[in-house]
Design a binder for this molecule. Structure first.
Ligand code: UDP
Length: 330
């Protein structure tokens, strides 16, 4: 049985679906604070909190867990700057609770949702796994701390880990069963789609005078199902091939500016989106692009969805869920 901590959230839910399709048995452990019960359509659900050691322990004693995939985290950069305490407690201490129960039950494998935010400002593009890790905000630092803790737990207790450093997760399940739904929403693609669907007035472009082709920030968008597939490859790799801890970047090796993403949404939706120029966000790196060479060589992973396909799946999901999500607290 695979334990999916945070499996009711965006990336965890997509991974749960693909794990199940591949024949894995899963149990989702989620406190449903940001996740959605409706997203847990596969496997078992344990509603529990990683802050509560006893709840984690009772989940491990009920199910026979062979590996953990750990998605539970707060992941909003601006929020982390305003309230770092929340980030260090929720992301770092709660992960320590999870690891300690893994240790207690002899569970030897963890696939950890890390981030390109652990690198900080890029010194080279595309970024490889060897790029120096100097995060520039508490969110990135909380994830780097966990990577460091994982290294120590490997050395001392033999718990093997793979850090998957995501670039910008986007898109939705092509079958439209699950998708991206944060509240409040802060991510570029869903915000543009909401503007196209008249659910918000406009999209603000954060910064228009950066040193890029059109003055706006560049990001590497990677489809959520590509991230999900990488988790499964990583699990197979760590169990069967390597028994060794390591890290992989998950990106497309390709960057798009904010304006290019807006144009792509307009093209795919056929709707003109209102955009307004706004000041750049504090601490926003100008350009983030990830090399996936190592994941390709060692996991056999490569991204299957390009930007248009990412946006198309996101658009289709939003359109099909307009009514069902409108009146919910989510
Ligand atoms: N962005 C923007 N307007 C928004 C939200 C985001 O211009 O309303 C920009 C943001 O500055 C960044 C890119 O879009 O350059 C992606 O932002 P997002 O928050 O989706 O992900 P991040 O890169 O911050 O993890």
């Amino acid at each position: 049985m695979i334990l999916i901590a945070g499996g009711a959230g965006y990336i965890g839910a997509h991974t749960n679906k693909i794990l199940t399709q591949k024949g894995y048995k899963t149990v989702v452990f989620d406190n449903l604070s940001l996740g959605h019960k409706e997203f847990v359509k596969w496997g078992h659900l344990v509603t529990g909190d990683l802050a509560d050691i006893q709840q984690i322990r009772s989940c491990f004693s009920k199910y026979s867990i062979e590996a953990v995939m750990h998605f539970s985290a707060f992941a909003n950069v601006s929020e982390s700057v305003m309230d770092p305490a929340e980030y260090y407690v929720n992301n770092v201490s709660n992960t320590i609770n999870l690891l300690n129960i893994m240790k207690e039950y002899g569970v030897k494998y963890i696939i950890f949702s890390s981030t390109c935010a652990t690198y900080g400002d890029p010194e080279e593009i595309p970024m490889t796994e060897n790029h120096p890790q100097n995060p520039v905000n508490p969110y990135g630092r909380s994830k780097l701390m966990i990577e460091q803790i994982l290294k120590d737990y490997d050395q001392a207790y033999g718990i093997k880990h793979i850090n998957l450093r995501y670039f910008n997760a986007a898109g939705a399940d092509p079958d439209k069963e699950i998708g991206e739904n944060h509240f409040p929403e802060s991510h570029l693609i869903p915000l543009i789609i909401q503007a196209a669907l008249a659910q918000r007035k406009e999209i603000k472009i954060f910064g228009t005078d950066y040193q890029t082709k059109d003055g706006t920030c560049i990001r590497d968008y990677v489809h959520v199902n590509d991230l999900a597939s990488a988790h499964i490859l990583a699990l197979e790799y760590i169990k069967k091939k390597s028994n060794m801890s390591t890290s992989f970047n998950l990106g497309n090796n390709k960057g798009y500016s904010v304006k290019e993403v807006i144009t792509a949404v307009e093209r795919i939706s056929g709707v003109k989106v209102n955009s307004v120029n706004a000041p750049g966000r504090n601490g926003d790196p100008v350009e983030l692009i990830g090399s996936y060479q190592k994941a390709k060589e060692q996991l056999g992973w490569f991204p299957e969805f390009n930007l248009d396909q990412i946006i198309k799946t996101a658009w289709d999901w939003h359109v099909s869920n307009i009514d069902s999500w409108k009146n919910k607290k989510h």
